[in-house]
Ligand binder design. Structure first.
Ligand code: NAP
Ligand code: F7E
Length: 356
């Protein structure tokens, strides 16, 4: 049985990756940082909280990491932990650099010292491109980050490449474009929108206030993207891979479709904008070219933009107690969407009749 260690297991990608690896028969060790409360809601939603071993490990503490890697001797290490919210990185640039940047070299050092044969995955990001030099972006597009988060990730990316080239560590990076899900953190724009849409539908809120609605992103489904991470570590050689859908939509497109899916009509009746949600510098337009991942990993996204919006809106409607039966039975809703809604909702609502 192979052992995988996932940092950031309590985050969105950590939970989906853990579900995927448990399904493949791995022993999964998931690490989390110490906070006053361990939030395991994502693992519970995915039904795997008792199928993984949780260990407290902070990306800032090298000695902690050496002890954990020595204890478990993982075959694969997935470094998903980070201060991952771009907006807050402008307010907390130093801690972002320490966790999202220096945290990577800590874990690489721990790997070199305590588990040098482990295969290592680093969560790189499209936020490294930003002031884009080429459209769509590929593995060879030059980086030009425009946030403390993006700058920290560029360091994390290059130090991973450096450990591969200097010490022969099997270290790969996935340059992932935005990926979302019903388990996305509520601070990110997609989930902020779908949560607000559900609350408006349930009569708990009447407005949604957003920032830059013209920003365009290449949005995919997290459940698809974690499979690409695993695939990268199964190759004969390590490498760097862009993972994206190749489609770009604006925040306005996302909001407009979300209100439509919930049957609320015109989004403009509910949405306001405020400079409070604008960033000192933003990313206007990103779109990825995942041709290398397709050719070498055989990876392709299964969930399209409309399905992604649907699964997020329906999950949030269910969380607010709105009946979903008629919506889920409508012919435009695919089985994939129904299945993910059922997963996201099973702790709070049984939608089994509607998803058969
Ligand atoms: P997420 O939901 O924010 O999860 C990140 C996890 O890292 C959280 O569980 C967080 O703990 C943990 N963490 C933060 N600081 C830590 C520290 N000092 N030590 C140990 N753990 C710490 O992010 P995600 O969306 O799953 O993304 C996973 C990774 O992919 C991140 O590295 C992110 O930067 C990167 N990425 C994400 C996207 C995307 O669109 N989702 C795209 C490209 C790259 P708490 O739960 O306690 O906060
Ligand atoms: O913003 C605009 C905002 O915070 C998307 C992280 O997973 O993906 C994520 O970073 C866009 C930006 O994600 C609001 O200005 C408008 O242009 O959802 P977001 P992000 O910054 O793209 C990358 C790939 C990562 O690596 C990151 O870890 O939406 N926007 N109004 C807003 N954004 C937020 N959060 N809130 C608003 O009200």
């Amino acid at each position: 049985m192979k052992t995988a260690l996932i940092t950031g297991i309590l985050g969105q990608d950590g939970a989906y990756l853990a579900r995927f690896l448990v399904g493949k028969g791995y022993r999964v060790i998931g690490t989390y940082r110490r906070t006053s409360q361990i939030h395991t809601w994502r693992l519970e939603a995915l039904g795997i909280q008792d199928k993984v071993t949780l260990e407290c490990m902070d990306l800032e503490d090298l000695s902690n990491q050496i002890r954990i890697l020595s204890k478990y001797q993982p075959d694969e290490i997935y470094n998903l932990a980070a201060q991952s919210f771009v907006a807050i990185s402008f307010e907390q640039p130093i801690i972002t650099g320490q966790i999202t940047g220096m945290g990577v070299v800590n874990l690489l050092e721990a790997t070199r010292i305590a588990a040098p044969h482990a295969r290592f995955y680093q969560a790189s990001t499209s936020e490294m491109f930003v002031r884009v030099k080429e459209t769509p972006q590929t593995e060879t597009t030059p980086f030009y980050p425009r946030s403390p988060y993006g700058a920290a990730k560029v360091y994390g990316h290059w130090i991973t490449v450096n450990y591969r080239e200097s010490y022969g560590i099997f270290a790969s990076t996935g340059i992932l474009f935005n990926h979302e899900s019903p388990l996305r953190g509520i601070e990110f724009v997609t989930r902020k929108i779908t949560d607000a849409v559900a609350r408006i539908k349930a009569g708990l809120q009447d407005k949604l206030v957003l920032g830059n609605m013209a920003a365009r992103r290449d949005w995919g489904f997290a459940g698809d993207y974690v499979e690409a991470m695993w695939n990268m570590l199964q190759q004969d050689d390590p490498g760097d891979y862009v993972v994206a859908t190749g489609e770009s939509h604006s925040v306005e497109d996302f909001a407009s479709l979300a209100f439509e899916v919930a049957g609320l009509g015109d989004w403009q009746a509910f949405v306001e904008t405020s400079s409070a949600f604008r960033r000192p510098s933003d990313v206007d337009f990103l779109i990825g070219n995942a041709a290398k991942a397709k050719a070498q990993l055989g990876w392709e996204p299964r969930v399209n933009f409309e399905e992604l919006v649907q699964m997020m809106v329906y999950s949030d409607l269910g969380r607010q107690g709105v009946s979903l039966k008629d919506m889920l039975l409508s012919p435009g809703v695919t089985q994939l969407v129904k299945d993910e809604v059922a997963v996201a909702l099973h702790p709070v609502m049984d939608v089994s009749e509607a998803v058969k």
